[in-house]
Design a protein around this ligand. Sequence first.
Ligand code: TYM
Length: 344
Amino acid sequence: MTSGSTPPAALSGRILSGIQPTGSLHLGNYLGAIRNWVALQKEFECLFCIVDLHAITVWQDPKELMRSTREVAAGMIAAGIDPAANALFVQSHVPAHAQLAWVFNCIARLGWLNRMTQFKDKAGKNRENASAGLYVYPNLMAADILVYKATHVPVGEDQKQHLELARDIAQKFNNDYGVEVFPLPEPVIKGPGTRVMSLRDGSKKMSKSDPSDFSRLNMTDDADAIAGKVRKATTDPHPLPDSVAGLEGRAEAANLLNIYAALTDRTLEQVLAEVAGQQFSAFKGKLTDTAVSVLGPINAEMKRLMSDPAEIDKVLAKGAAKANAIAEPVLSEVYKTVGFLPRG
Ligand code: TYM
C-alpha cells in the first residue's frame, strides 16, 4: 500500500468497500461482497472498512457492537482477505471519513437524499423518529469512498443507489469548485450472488435485520444449523425446471438455484443442466453439502481468530494506519479547495 492520493500504476485502480458490524455476517454478504473482494485483491489496491459509524445510525448495544466489529474482521480474514496486502480497518479509526462527510452534508441536496429507498425502508412508517444520521447515511458512504479517491466499489445490488449518489456528490463537488479532486467511482456489481434473497420469502433480500434467523445462512452457522435452515427453506410443489425461463414466477426456486450457482462458481444455466427435473428434497441435499463445504472452513477459522481479540485489534490498528496515510492528504486537499485556513 502506498500513501498519497493516486493508486500505484501497476494495479488496475483502488478499491474501497465496506460492511456494517451489525449482527451476523450472512451468505448475502459473502456471495455479494466478501468473496468478490477476495478475488479482486490481487488486481487492485484495496481498502476494506468495517463501518461502525454507519452502524450507530440505528441503535446498537455497545458491547455487542465491539464484539461484532471484531467478528466481521475475523470473517473477512477467514474468507481470504489478506490484511497484510490490503488495509482492513474500522471506520471510526480514520477521522477523515466523518470530516469529509460533513463537507458532503453541505454538497448533497435534500432532494437527492429524499429519493434514497434504503432510508425509506429502514425508517419505515415512523420517519419522524429516525435518526438524523440515518438520513445522511449516504453522504458518509460517499465520504468512505472518495476520501481514498477510490476508482472501483465492489458491492451487492442493494448498494447501487447509494453509489449513484456518491458519483453525484463527487461531480457536484468538482463542478462547484471548478476542480478535478474526485474521480467518479465505478460500481462493481457482478455474478449470481449480487442479490441473495431470504430463505423464507423469495421477494425479500437476505438481511442481518430480518427477525427470523431461518431467513439466512450465517457465516457462523455450523453444519447442523445450515442443514436445518436449508431443509426449512420455502419452496414450491413443482420439480426444478430445465431453463431460466422456467423460473419465472418461482422466486424461491430461483433464489436457491442462484445460491447453488454462486457457491459452485457456475452460471444458472450450468446448474439447471445438472438439476433439471429433480425434486427439491434431492436438490436441498446437494445445496446443504455445498454450503457446508464452503462455509465450514470459514466458520472454523473465524472461531480460531475470535479466540484472540488482541490480535484482531492489532491487525485493525495497522489497517487504520495505512488508511489514515491515504485519507489525510485527500482531506487536506478538500479543506484547501473549500477555503479553510491551513492548521497552524
Ligand atoms: P451491508 O453491511 O448491508 O452489506 C455489506 C455488503 O454485502 C452486500 N449484501 C448483499 N449482497 C447480496 N445479497 C444480499 N442479500 C446482501 N446483503 C448485503 C452489500 O451490498 C454490501 O456490499 N452501506 C453499506 C456499507 C458501506 C459501504 C461503504 C459499502 C458503508 N460505506 C462504502 C461500499 C462502499 C451496507 O450497509 O452494507
